[in-house]
Design a protein around this ligand. Structure first.
Ligand SMILES: Cc1cc2nc3c(=O)[nH]c(=O)nc-3n(C[C@H](O)[C@H](O)[C@H](O)COP(=O)(O)O)c2cc1C
Length: 191
């Protein structure tokens, strides 16, 4: 069974990106994958500092996240766009997780190499965070991930959900579900 880790690049309590990744994650589960959704709020890490790394090693949260990523075949990632790029919280997590551990072959990208990733974003703006996704695609390709061509950027995110946090637009829901389904199907095919 394909194992997928799903996360958003936001720690915000009412994050739109957490909501959309949950929709894709549920569809991947329905398509037969084993899916775990994690919240980066539960993995607090200091800003990466190479001296702190040399003195104290990887923070426990980075160790735990890296272990979950290594145990996964693919990732569903919903990334907010901050100032035209990805959030500091997501980049910081990627930086910590990318660092080699003792006994790990250099350059230590075990958590990323060969992992299949599907991207999505949500933003109150008109482009839905599309510019940030281009950067994230580049970063993840650079560390060895296979980034799927399909992606979804949800604009006007503040108008997309009802009071219960459910997506109002069936079209948007179907597009997000298709991301989860196609990642699960792809992983099964190559499995
Ligand atoms: C520092 C900062 C920079 C932002 N820059 C952008 C941006 O460049 N483009 C955009 O569409 N939204 C931008 N936003 C708005 C975010 O898309 C919005 O806060 C969104 O809700 C964040 O995602 P979340 O709901 O998952 O936390 C920015 C927000 C912050 C806090």
């Amino acid at each position: 069974m394909a194992r997928i880790l799903a996360l958003a690049g936001s720690t915000r309590r009412d994050s739109f990106n957490k909501r959309i990744v949950a929709v894709a994650a549920e569809a991947a589960r329905a398509a037969g994958a084993e899916v775990e959704v994690v919240d980066l709020r539960d993995y607090p890490m200091p800003l990466f500092d190479q001296d702190a790394e040399a003195d104290f090693g990887k923070p426990e949260a980075a160790r735990q996240l890296k272990a979950k990523m290594i145990a996964s075949d693919g990732f569903l990632i919903a990334s907010p766009e901050y100032n035209g790029s990805i959030t500091g919280v997501l980049k910081n997590a990627i930086d910590w997780v990318s660092r080699p551990d003792e006994g790990e072959a250099r350059p230590g990208l075990t958590a990323f190499r060969g992992k299949v990733v599907t991207l999505m974003s949500a933003s109150p703006g008109g482009l839905g965070g599309l510019r940030g996704l281009a950067h994230l695609r580049d970063i993840l390709s650079g560390v060895g991930c296979i980034v799927m061509p399909q992606q979804v950027a949800v604009p006007a995110s503040h108008e997309q959900f009802d009071d219960a946090g459910t997506l109002k637009s069936e079209g948007t829901r179907l597009r997000l579900e298709a991301l989860g389904t196609s990642l699960a199907d792809f992983l099964r095919r190559i499995g």
